[in-house]
Design a protein. Structure first.
Length: 180
């Protein structure tokens, strides 16, 4: 089964969620909220990694022939083209990835989502953009979750205002002169 050529313009499309159920195993569902269905721009170097994975996937598809079934046209699959089993991924790959990245062994997968948001906030990325990347239904949800990380942003605002040089205080005459 030939794999489709990636042409995402460095974008991840989130259209549905793969959930594990007690009755029917794994199945696809609509995202939880309207905002959960989204397009997320990613760095070119991340896309290169995805393309490398696609080459590995094509290799498996070529060797397995009809046994490789990527009916859902997924980007990430197991060796047979089926959705990746979450418990299998966590046990076989995630722990090694965490170790290689030098992260604490207790780092759970969902922590990576929080880390992503936190690092973007620390870089001054607009909260609306972060909210869209996370698929939150409102910016308030993002603010409620991450506002404790932003106390130093008040000082950032003061520094930005200082750099604007809008008004100058003349200490000798105690007057404010406008430079507009």
């Amino acid at each position: 089964m030939p794999l489709r050529k990636l042409s995402y313009n460095n974008t991840i499309n989130v259209n549905r969620a793969l959930v594990s159920t007690n009755t029917s195993g794994m199945k696809f569902e609509a995202p939880k909220t309207k905002g959960s269905k989204r397009k997320i721009p990613i760095p070119a170097k991340v896309m290169k990694s995805v393309e490398q994975y696609q080459k590995q996937q094509a290799w498996f598809a070529n060797i397995l022939g009809d046994k490789f079934e990527n009916k859902e046209n997924l980007v990430f699959t197991n060796s047979f083209g089926k959705p990746v089993s979450t418990p299998n991924f966590l046990k076989r790959y995630y722990k090694r990835m965490i170790e290689q990245a030098g992260l604490d062994k207790t780092t759970c997968f969902h922590d990576l989502r929080h880390t992503h948001a936190t690092l973007l906030l620390k870089q001054g990325v607009n909260i609306k953009v972060i909210s869209e990347r996370l698929g939150h239904s409102t910016v308030n949800m993002t603010l409620d979750t991450y506002s404790h990380l932003m106390p130093d942003m008040q000082q950032t605002a003061v520094t930005a205002l200082d750099k604007m040089d809008i008004g100058k205080y003349n200490s000798e005459t105690e007057e404010v002169t406008q430079n507009l």
